[in-house]
Design a protein around this ligand. Structure first.
Ligand SMILES: [Zn+2]
Ligand SMILES: [Zn+2]
Length: 201
């Protein structure tokens, strides 16, 4: 064998030596022991870290599955509530620059997303964008939508054809939990994109 020289891998030694075999990284039995013990300690630490990581993964998995199970126990109304909140938020964002659809006021304070055809009387149009517009709280909550003023302003805004379509018959959709979750995600995304476009403008 060629006379090669190597440096001892014991960091406290680093002496040059001539290895007697291929994998020898130590200059002396003492250094061999140091290296072996260091490696054993490193392996031990690694296996502790791996066990810790596995434990965390399992805990996260468990939390996720609890969340899924909890969600599965929620009534459909819970998912409608989530979807409606996301839809209404989009309507308020879409109409951010507009006045109240009914009274035409710009006022300081809270605005609602006011349904023209109410959710109770017309559940099929609760997620219809032509049916919902930014409305001040007084009109929405205290004047039952201020409908006599809502009507002409709505026709002006969306046009007679869209108004007639809105007032026409609608098939009542049977929503599933998953569809409502998708609808909520869809409107959250739309709101986000709209805000981003406005910030960029
Ligand atoms: Zn050594
Ligand atoms: Zn108003």
């Amino acid at each position: 064998m060629r006379k090669v020289r190597r440096r001892c891998k014991n960091p406290d030694c680093r002496e040059w030596f001539h290895p007697a075999f291929q994998n020898q990284t130590w200059c002396s039995p003492e250094c061999g022991t140091v290296i072996a013990l260091t490696k054993r300690e490193k392996d031990r630490q690694k296996s502790i870290q791996e066990a810790e990581r596995r434990r965390k993964d399992e805990a996260q998995q468990e939390r996720r599955s609890i969340k899924v199970r909890k969600l599965a126990l929620q009534p459909l109304s819970h998912f409608h509530k989530q979807a409606q909140a996301a839809f209404n938020e989009y309507i308020r964002t879409r109409d951010a620059e507009a006045p109240c659809i009914s009274c035409g006021r710009f006022h300081e304070g809270k605005y609602d997303a006011g349904h023209y055809r109410t959710r109770g009387a017309s559940p099929a149009t609760r997620y219809d964008e032509t049916n919902c517009h930014k409305q001040c709280v007084p009109c929405n909550q205290h004047l039952s939508g201020n409908i006599e003023n809502y009507t002409p302003n709505l026709i002006k805004k969306i046009g007679q054809a869209a108004f007639d379509r809105l007032m026409g018959p609608h098939e009542l959709k049977k929503w599933t939990r998953e569809e409502l979750q998708e609808l909520a995600a869809h409107y959250r995304q739309k709101t986000k994109e709209l805000n981003k476009r406005r910030e960029a403008a």
